[in-house]
Design a protein around this ligand. Structure first.
Ligand SMILES: Cc1cc2nc3c(=O)[nH]c(=O)nc-3n(C[C@H](O)[C@H](O)[C@H](O)COP(=O)(O)OP(=O)(O)OC[C@H]3O[C@@H](n4cnc5c(N)ncnc54)[C@H](O)[C@@H]3O)c2cc1C
Ligand code: FES
Ligand code: FES
Length: 501
């Protein structure tokens, strides 16, 4: 039932906080950062940008995944507090044991990795997330774990040295969690997944006043039906777009429908013809997935250049597609692989190819009672193929693309038999460069016509000017992306030929 305007539905959550069980009623719109700073007086977790960019608010979440307990760093400013239900929230306050600092904190001190200290808890928690998953990370993995954290005074060198010091001190079987926190792992089984709701007067003026947390699709359809009377009902998956809109642009939906508990949406399935990715699968999970890495390594490459580890631990491809940003890296990549979305409502399911999904700026095929249930990507054909991903942004990490492009080429006897080229950031939504694709088909892969192809692409789009780049800059990027894709293709094809001689 939708509640009345002056009331709010509180959600009861039962979770562990640094080894101690807590049961609390919280408003649906509250973030984990707000819960920590304002309700629990735990101020070690810092609030700064409130939009996932700085990492100062990083915490580690432990949860039961199948038979395993997994730990992941997330941005608490974007993590809805109701998601803590049944999980273990670890903050910087939980690390030291009595007077003894945690090994990560000791390494930060030893390497003089902290000055004003504002960023330090975030870095410590990102390192904890890293080492809990991998006690022997290489330099690239250390950088990837820390690229979502900013420091404005110390400089990154001493922080990286601290991470390497932690690694050098860890041995196989090292225990990174203090005893008090480790003991929670045996209690995970005792947690009840059921949510309890309580309606009270909305005295604190929360904008999001109600949330549904369906556990099955049939519950979801009931929730959608009961929401139908309102147009401010919204689905939430990872929340990495939606929570930014709430925190920064103050765009709130009075009713949230959380999709993250739907087990039906959490699978990746591979069959003879396609890879089917459930809408709830996070980007981090996909980066670890064997089928993705085997058949679509470029998708993993795209993820590496998207956002940060903390964001990827929550963000989904379904959210990336449905948010319909013109510069969505995930959607642009999937478009080049001719992916489709499976749209589901209580009445039916239908498959829509991504090339037909976007209608206009922020307008998609999705009806209000439909969700993206999964994403289907046809497996590459048996032909020889090449694919490339290029992203132009101001920073290498945690930055939205100015222009992003993906090319997929199939070739035989040195000739292009099929070409797909997609762009983000040059049109109102991720789009195919159809004229350039037609130009490429049938061409022999040798130099001499690359400039012409770049010119066709240049003339194919009329990008707009905005904060991420002037129209003329973007047009030059289109050209340069095509030149780079073709040069890389040429290199790949000719090195393959040399190898096989
Ligand atoms: C710091 C930061 C950096 C980022 N960097 C990048 C980047 O480099 N590249 C990039 O492309 N994006 C980036 N993003 C944007 C964002 O992380 C992605 O778009 C992400 O994929 C969104 O997924 P989500 O699950 O978090 O979506 P949510 O925030 O949960 O939802 C986004 C939208 O999709 C809808 N939605 C979600 N799931 C479904 C579903 N199953 N069915 C129907 N509708 C649904 C929601 O209602 C909402 O409108 C960044 C975001 C942040 C905060
Ligand atoms: S406060 Fe900056 S990422 Fe959360
Ligand atoms: S030590 Fe001051 S921001 Fe990092």
């Amino acid at each position: 039932m939708i509640n009345k305007k002056n009331t709010i539905t509180l959600v009861q959550i039962s979770f562990w906080l640094n080894g101690t069980q807590k049961i609390m009623y919280i408003p649906p719109g509250m973030t984990t950062l707000e819960l920590l700073n304002n309700k629990l007086s735990l101020t070690g977790t810092k609030s700064s940008c409130n939009e996932g960019d700085c990492g100062a608010c990083t915490v580690v979440i432990g949860q039961k995944t199948g038979s395993e307990i997994t730990y992941q760093a997330v941005n608490s400013c974007l993590y809805p507090a109701f998601r803590l239900h049944g999980k273990h929230l670890i903050t910087v306050e939980g690390l030291a044991e009595k007077e003894e600092l945690h090994p990560i904190q000791t390494a930060m001190l030893d390497e003089h990795s902290t000055q004003c200290g504002f960023c330090t808890p975030g870095f410590v928690m990102s390192m904890l997330g890293l080492f809990l998953n991998n006690i022997n990370p290489n330099d690239e993995e250390i950088l990837a774990a820390l690229e979502g954290n900013l420091c404005r005074c110390t400089g990154y060198d001493s922080i990286l040295k601290a991470a390497k010091k932690v690694k050098s001190r860890l041995k196989k079987g090292s225990e990174l969690l203090p005893v008090n926190l480790k003991k929670v792992e045996v209690q995970f089984n005792e947690c009840s997944p059921a949510f309890i709701f309580k309606e009270i007067e909305n005295t604190e003026g929360w904008e999001t006043r109600n949330c549904f947390i369906p556990q099955t699709l049939s519950e979801l359809w009931d929730n959608i039906r009961s929401c139908k009377s309102t147009d401010t009902c919204k689905f939430i998956s990872g929340g990495t777009d939606l929570m930014v809109l709430a925190n920064i642009q103050h765009i709130h939906y009075t009713h949230l429908i959380d999709l993250s508990n739907l087990k039906e949406l959490q699978k990746v399935k591979l069959d003879k013809s396609e890879l089917n990715i459930g809408a709830n699968v996070t980007m981090s999970q996909l980066m670890e997935n064997n089928a993705v890495n085997e058949h679509f390594p470029i998708l993993t490459e795209a993820f590496k250049q998207m956002a940060s580890t903390q964001i990827r631990n929550s963000a989904t491809l379904a959210g990336n597609i449905a948010h319909a940003s013109p510069v969505a890296d995930g959607a642009t990549t999937l478009l080049a692989f001719d992916a489709g979305v499976i749209l589901a409502s209580s009445k039916a399911e239908r498959k829509v190819k991504l090339k037909d999904f976007y209608k206009a700026y922020k307008k998609t095929e999705l009806k209000t009672d439909e969700i993206i249930k999964s994403i289907a990507i046809p497996l590459p054909s048996e032909h020889k193929s090449y694919s490339g991903f290029i992203k132009s942004a101001k920073r290498k990490a945690v930055d939205i693309s100015g222009v992003v492009s993906v090319i997929v080429i199939e070739y035989q006897d040195g000739k292009i038999t099929r070409a797909v080229l997609s762009f983000g950031g040059v049109a109102p939504y991720p789009a195919l460069a159809v004229k350039t694709m037609a130009f490429l088909k049938g061409k022999k892969i040798e130099e001499g016509w690359f400039e012409q192809a770049a010119e066709v692409a240049f003339n194919e789009f009329k990008p707009i000017s905005d904060i991420r780049g002037h129209q003329s800059y973007r047009s030059i990027l289109i050209k340069n992306h095509v030149l780079k894709h073709l040069a890389d293709l040429f290199k790949e094809v000719h090195s393959v030929q040399k190898r096989s001689k």
